[in-house]
Ligand binder design. Structure first.
Ligand SMILES: CC(C)(COP(=O)(O)OP(=O)(O)OC[C@H]1O[C@@H](n2cnc3c(N)ncnc32)[C@H](O)[C@@H]1OP(=O)(O)O)[C@@H](O)C(=O)NCCC(=O)NCCS
Length: 140
């Protein structure tokens, strides 16, 4: 169990993102070729370091003003349960609080593993139901 880690306010590189994503089992969730552009479109990012090693990541996407969505929050399995995920989430929320000009909406889709972490940090379904669908590109 780690007791000291450092947070940096930056996005994971595509290589770091892929390594962490694969380590937490998100092997089929991403098109790796398009991830550099996807990451570059983020509003903000955070990484957790143990020494020089990136052991956690998270990012925000959205309009940077009113709507923010937490994406790709992940911690390497051997580092889980030490507060790193909570610390990264709070760092992203601090970013929203310090940059949004008025009250912002922060949304996310939670995995089963992460529901309690998000609930402890004030997230709730409220009176809405989160929904999503996948859209395939139009073939030329
Ligand atoms: C979800 C995830 C990001 C959480 O990261 P984490 O670093 O393990 O999160 P935390 O350590 O802050 O919190 C996890 C648990 O450890 C406990 N914990 C927090 N700080 C702790 C500490 N210092 N010592 C011991 N336990 C601690 C928390 O109580 C929490 O328990 P609970 O959520 O079961 O109630 C991580 O498990 C993960 O990467 N999972 C796979 C990917 C995933 O599902 N991501 C979520 C996408 S929505």
């Amino acid at each position: 169990m780690i007791d000291t880690f450092v947070l940096l306010d930056r996005l994971p590189t595509p290589a770091e993102h892929r390594r962490l994503a694969e380590e937490v089992g998100w092997n089929a969730a991403f098109d790796w070729n398009t991830m550099p552009t996807s990451l570059a479109g983020s509003t903000a990012g955070v990484v957790a370091l143990d020494g020089n090693d990136v052991v956690g990541m998270g990012r925000l996407v959205g309009d940077g003003v009113k709507y923010f969505y937490v994406q790709d929050l992940a911690v390497l399995p051997v580092y889980q349960g030490a507060g790193i995920g909570t610390a990264m989430l709070r760092r992203l929320l601090d970013h929203v609080a310090s940059t949004a000009p008025s009250t912002a909406f922060v949304g996310l889709f939670a995995t089963d593993d992460a529901v309690s972490l998000y609930e402890r940090n004030g997230f709730t379904p409220g009176d809405m139901t989160g929904m999503f669908r996948l859209v395939k590109p139009t073939e030329g």
